[in-house]
Design a protein around this ligand. Structure first.
Ligand code: SAM
Length: 274
């Protein structure tokens, strides 16, 4: 196997001081990185999209796992270090300089691919919701393995009747299975962020037919916009929602956080049809 220089040396040699503006918190522990790369199962010979490779810690782990990696990095200071990595794994790493928010990953792969990323916190949720919102379902990606602030990770996997349950949980869970795969202590990063992190693993589920995501969002926006109020109050502004609740036998005196994802989906489905 190719011997690579320690990541700290790569960073020092290329002058890659972490930029706060770019949400840079690097991971150096190669064993931890190998464990993260193993979360989606074997990646040997699989296509992988990595967002924000930075100096390439997770990228190395993905390459060691045998993946064909396409990486999108915004910080051009990282490109020479990534070019060295590409040389060490000929034909296995393609680096695109750019903003992942502006690149549709479907344009990068002919078939199925997995997404892994130690996401920049400031863009993580936007990328995640974007990947969940494609009209075509199941999507072309086979899994997402993403680092979030632990608080955001908990909101993604939250169950009803908990304070973390809200719009993000409903959006994530109506068409995917999301689980908390690993907690990562803040001290694992350089520099350490203020809060703890956690990795969420997401695989698509079959989306219920006849539901418009926009309608579902309108319903959850209304319901959780006033989460302490009863639905009959919080959903007043969503045309047809109160009739839909009645038709479905959902008590309008309940509050948003008591509704299951399936119940939200059934309301959205009724409104999509109406
Ligand atoms: N993957 C590396 C690691 O685990 O050590 C770096 C992770 S660091 C939290 C996030 C990386 O994403 C940085 O390298 C940053 O430059 C990059 N980045 C930030 N915003 C981005 C964007 N919109 N598109 C692509 N890369 C971005």
């Amino acid at each position: 196997m190719t011997t690579l220089p320690p990541l700290r040396e790569v960073i020092a040699r290329h002058g890659l001081s972490a930029s706060k503006a770019l949400g840079q918190n690097f991971l150096f522990d190669e064993q931890l990185l190998d464990r993260i790369a193993a979360i989606p199962g074997s990646l040997d010979g699989k296509d992988v999209l990595e967002v924000g490779p930075g100096p390439g810690g997770l990228t190395r782990a993905l390459l060691r796992a045998g993946a064909n990696v396409t990486a999108i990095e915004m910080d051009r200071r990282c490109l020479p270090a990534l070019a060295e990595l590409a040389e060490a794994f000929p034909g296995k790493l393609k680096v695109i300089e750019g903003d992942a928010l502006k690149i549709d990953p479907k344009t990068l792969f002919a078939g199925e691919y997995h997404i892994l990323s130690n996401l920049p916190y400031n863009v993580g949720t936007a990328l995640f919701t974007g990947w969940l919102s494609g009209e075509a379902w199941p999507p072309q990606w086979a899994s997402l393995t993403l680092m979030f602030q632990e608080e955001v990770a908990r909101r993604i996997v939250a169950e009803p009747d908990t304070s973390a349950y809200g719009r993000l949980a409903v959006l994530a869970q109506w068409r995917s299975k999301a689980k908390l795969a690993m907690k990562v202590h803040r001290s694992a990063f350089t520099p350490p962020p203020k809060v703890m992190s956690a990795i969420v693993h997401v695989v698509p589920r079959e989306a219920p037919e006849g539901v418009s995501m926009r309608v579902l969002e309108r319903v959850t926006e209304g319901a959780f916009g006033q989460r302490r109020k009863m639905l009959r109050q919080s959903l007043k502004g969503v045309p047809g929602a109160l009739d839909a609740l009645e038709a479905l036998g959902i008590d309008a005196q309940r509050r948003a956080e008591t509704l299951s994802v399936a119940e939200f989906v059934s309301v959205a489905k009724a409104l999509t049809k109406a």
